[in-house]
Design a protein around this ligand. Sequence first.
Ligand SMILES: [Zn+2]
Length: 181
Amino acid sequence: MSLRKILKFPDPTLLNVSGPVQNIDGGIDALVQDMVETMYAAPGIGLAAPQVGEGQRIIVLDIDGENPGKRLLKLINPVIAEREGKIVWEEGCLSVYDFNAEVTRAKRVLVKAWTPDQKEIEVEGEDLLAVALQHEIDHLDGKLFIDRISRLKRDLYRRRIKRHLREGGSLEEEKSDRPHI
Ligand SMILES: [Zn+2]
C-alpha cells in the first residue's frame, strides 16, 4: 500500500469524467487500498479515484471519525438511484485548498454500487453521508463543490488561488477543523 498524491484545483485532471470499472477483479484492489490509506492520512471522510489521478468510477468513504474503519465504504461504479429532500451543508474538499462553502444537495440518497468483492449493494445515506456520497460521485463526473456555488464566489476563489500560486504559495499545507470530503 502507498499514499497517493491528492490533486488540487486548478489541476485540469479533476475535470475529466471517469469511466466505469469494466472488470471488478483483483486488478483494482491495490488502488482501492491506496485510496483508503490516502483518505485516512489526509485526513478526509471521502475520496474519489480521480482525486488521485485515476479516471475510474471508485469512491471510498468513512464518515465515522469516532470508529475509523467500522463504517468504511468502498464503492465501485456508484449510481444515485433515489434522491429526496434538500439540505444545505458547509463543504470542504481535499482537492480544494483552503475553502469551504455552503452547498445545497439532496438530504437523502439511495446509491447502488458494487463492492470490490463483486457484490451488488445499496447504501442509503442521510445528512452528512448523503452529502458525502453526492460530493464523491460528483468527482467521478468531473465536478467539484465549487461548481455548485455562485459564479461570483467561484471566481473570487479562483482569483485568490491564482494569486496565491503566483506568489509562490503551496497548495499542500492546510489547517482546517472541518472534515474534508
Ligand atoms: Zn472532494
